[in-house]
Design a protein around this ligand. Structure first.
Ligand code: ZN
Length: 132
């Protein structure tokens, strides 16, 4: 940000008149760097998750189990899926979601083990009748 001195309109016009070429360059770059992009976003995601787990106490809020293999980030109010929808599912949406959780200061998130997450969802009626 700030490096490009052109105005928004100028940039937009440039994009419009060079759309094809820009898109090709971008696509080619992505294809050439696919693995790196994937590795990088996996790494960022892992770092974000690590930071969130650390912030939220690194263990299940209910039983205290600290085995990361079964720990999950839980939305205290139980509307995680709605939040997820608001963020969308495009490229980078998971990172955005994780950043939001990390930035949250309202105590809306907690760590639960898979068992307690499941039990909570069951108790909250979040499980469809057919899954019971
Ligand atoms: Zn638990």
């Amino acid at each position: 940000m700030g490096r490009d001195k052109r105005t928004k309109v100028e940039r937009h016009n440039y994009y419009i008149s060079n759309k094809e070429q820009i898109n090709n360059v971008n696509r080619q770059w992505y294809l050439n760097n696919k693995e790196r992009v994937k590795e990088n976003s996996n790494r960022v995601r892992k770092e974000l998750r690590d930071a969130i787990f650390l912030k939220l106490g690194n263990k299940c809020t209910v039983c205290g189990i600290d085995d990361r293999r079964c720990l999950q980030i839980d939305h205290v109010k139980g509307n995680g899926s709605k939040d997820r929808l608001a963020v969308g599912h495009g490229r980078g949406s998971t990172r955005k979601y994780l950043r939001d959780i990390l930035a949250d200061e309202t105590g809306s998130f907690q760590i639960l083990c898979a068992n307690h997450n499941w039990i909570k969802r069951f108790d909250n009626g979040e499980i469809k009748e057919t899954e019971k």
